[in-house]
Design a protein around this ligand. Structure first.
Ligand code: DGL
Length: 279
């Protein structure tokens, strides 16, 4: 039987994973929760992020999703293990693509760009201990960058200024590969390609995570039949739907690769979770 995949993020960032998955398996049914009422996860207390991710993940599992993807590095850092213990279905998480970044680096100097929660989390520290090898890894937290992307701003002076400031030191020290440790940053690909000097590249984890999902679905017999029609991602927002729709329009106008979406407001318990005052 075809598995419905449940994907969650604080906002638009996880759509990079939904898009990669849609490209691999256009007929796969996907339910996406954009937890915009609590955006940005990266600037929230970890306990709040964890409580929301658990509630949303449990709800997606109850609704029949047979595979969950925490398409957010911050949420994975805060709650991946807890969610795996709470639900009976497999849960795929996100982490900065440090291992491939180290493998791709000729200079042995790698930069991780991440939210504040991810940058200071144990999960990234463990990842670094496992995969840095002899490479020098710098991590730069980027407060505010995901918020610009969430508004659909992926180019222009503000974004470019923020990136130039963050990249200047690491590039001067010889960094030649940048691991994007926030799914929102995957939407900055074109801007990064313009800003980075020749020989320096940015790696994003959306495609490897999508391939991992496809492999899990293949192993469990959950792939859609070859003859099935293209699916539309069922996308629910916990916050302002109109604001999100406008941001998605801006992202599409900037050339972002987004899957076809049916956008509506989240309902039930996840629509009334405590959000820590804002969003
Ligand atoms: N997309 C999220 C991530 O991958 C972070 C954005 C936020 O701060 O909410 O870390």
């Amino acid at each position: 039987m075809t598995t419905t995949v449940g994907i969650l993020d604080s906002g638009v960032g996880g759509l990079t994973v939904a898009s990669a998955l849609h490209r691999l398996l256009p007929a796969l049914p996907v339910r996406y929760v954009a937890d915009t009422a609590a955006f940005p996860y990266g600037d929230r207390p970890e306990a709040l992020v964890s409580a929301r991710v658990l509630a949303i993940g449990e709800r997606l599992a109850v609704e029949g999703c047979g595979l969950l993807v925490v398409a957010c590095n911050t949420a994975s850092s805060a709650a991946l293990e807890a969610l795996r213990s709470a639900v009976a279905v497999p849960v795929v998480g996100m982490e900065p693509p440090l291992k491939p970044a180290v493998a791709a680096s000729a200079s042995g100097r790698v930069l991780v760009l991440a939210t504040t929660v991810t940058a200071r989390g144990d999960r990234l520290a463990r990842l670094e201990r496992r995969h840095a090898g002899g490479a020098r890894v710098e991590t730069v937290p980027m407060p505010g960058l995901a918020s610009l992307v969430e508004r659909g701003v992926v180019a222009g002076d503000e974004v470019e200024g923020m990136l130039r400031t963050a990249l200047a030191g690491p590039l001067a020290r010889g960094v030649d590969v940048i691991a994007l440790g926030c799914t929102h940053y995957g939407l900055l690909g074109a801007t990064l390609a313009r800003l980075l000097p020749p020989g320096v590249r940015a790696l994003d984890a959306a495609h490897p995570v999508a391939r991992r999902c496809r492999d899990l679905l293949a192993a469990s017999g959950g792939l859609p039949a070859a003859s099935s029609a293209e699916a539309t991602v069922d996308c629910r927002a916990t916050g302002d739907v109109r604001g999100l729709a406008a941001a998605l329009d801006r992202l599409r106008a900037s050339g972002a690769d987004l899957p076809p979406l049916d956008l509506r407001a989240a309902t039930g318990a996840v629509a009334v979770l405590p959000s820590g005052g804002g969003g």
